[in-house]
Design a protein around this ligand. Sequence first.
Ligand code: ZN
Length: 74
Amino acid sequence: MDLSNLGQGGQQVKLNVADSPNVECENCENIFFDKVTVIKKISKLLVGTSEDQYVPMETYKCTECGNINKDFKL
Ligand SMILES: [Zn+2]
């Protein structure tokens, strides 16, 4: 029995993004979101540098009500 071909390349998962469900705002069910940036402040005491570090992270807010779904909260 030759198992050498199992688990090797070739099989691509076909994913049709257009068929996937839209994420809705948990507050107003709007499906449009703006990309926004939150900035994490990392204490110099944690990273051992002489100054606090600022790390930007992107998330999304509802264009209608400004809500950020809990899945997107950072
Ligand atoms: Zn909303």
